[in-house]
Design a protein around this ligand. Structure first.
Ligand code: ATP
Length: 238
């Protein structure tokens, strides 16, 4: 066995040209967990997710997922292995309908009945999407677009769902709704890696957390501990 964890990053260093965004990130996620990665602007949160999904190829270190070495895999291979990423800023297809956006999420599935089944499951979490099936994605509200982006990721029936700042730009009450749904998906078995600037809410939601600062993990532990940690309180919960 390569790793006892479902997902494990060991000493990941990632670059954009000469800019080093990750300086040796170590992190793991076990099956059934919600793990959150918090940190300020530019700390390397998105780059960590992109390194896992394959949008960025790490220069050194290793990423193991579900018993496989995926360090240098391209995005489409990792998608087939069950890694879904809901990107920052949502990036749904604005000119396509809600239905079409969801169908695109199930790109790897041919069976119409399976696609229909998955769609019903998505509607279970997000009934609003069912009411707006023919509406153009781009005309949905920010919160609805976030729901659509998550729904689209669920359509591929992932084993690991990675969310990049789902709270961004949303009213507190909508954030609460979305976080409740994330919790529900987790209770039904989904493993989740959540990137957030909204540290307080993320730490309340997740099981364990990591704090990243200029490309380094500087703190980690159960969220209950991080919530009372003096350093975390001063830097992220003030
Ligand atoms: P934010 O919360 O602002 O999205 P983040 O923690 O997700 O921040 P990253 O987006 O991972 O941070 O960025 C980490 C570092 O890499 C930053 O210094 C950023 O400027 C740099 N960076 C990110 N994307 C690129 C890129 N495409 N080209 C060059 N540098 C980049």
């Amino acid at each position: 066995e390569l790793s006892k964890h479902f997902l494990e990053l060991t000493h990941i260093e990632s670059f954009y040209g000469k800019i080093q965004a990750l300086q040796g990130v170590n992190l793991y996620v076990d099956k059934g967990e919600i793990v959150t990665l918090i940190g300020s602007n530019g700390a390397g949160k998105s780059t960590t997710l992109k390194s896992i999904s394959g949008q960025v190829t790490p220069k050194t270190g290793s990423i193991l997922f579900d018993g496989k070495d995926i360090t240098k895999n391209p995005t489409h291979v990792n998608a087939h292995l069950g890694i879904a990423q809901v990107p920052e800023g949502r990036r749904i297809f604005p000119r396509l309908s809600v239905r079409e956006n969801l169908q695109i999420g199930a790109f790897a599935e041919r069976s119409k009945s399976i696609i229909a089944e998955r769609m019903e499951r998505v509607f279970g979490y997000f009934p609003r999407l069912k009411e707006r099936l023919e509406q153009k994605g781009g005309t949905m509200s920010g919160g609805e677009q976030q729901m659509l982006a998550i729904g689209r990721a669920l359509m591929m029936k992932p084993k690991l769902l990675m969310l990049d700042e789902p709270s961004m730009g949303l009213a507190p009450i909508i954030v609460e709704q979305i976080f409740d749904i994330i919790k529900e998906m987790n209770k039904e078995g989904m493993t989740i890696l959540l990137v957030e600037q909204n540290a307080f809410q993320a730490l309340q939601l997740a099981d364990r957390g990591y704090v990243i600062q200029t490309g380094n993990i500087v703190l980690e532990g159960p969220c209950s501990e991080l919530l009372t940690n003096q350093q975390v309180r001063e830097a992220y919960l003030a």
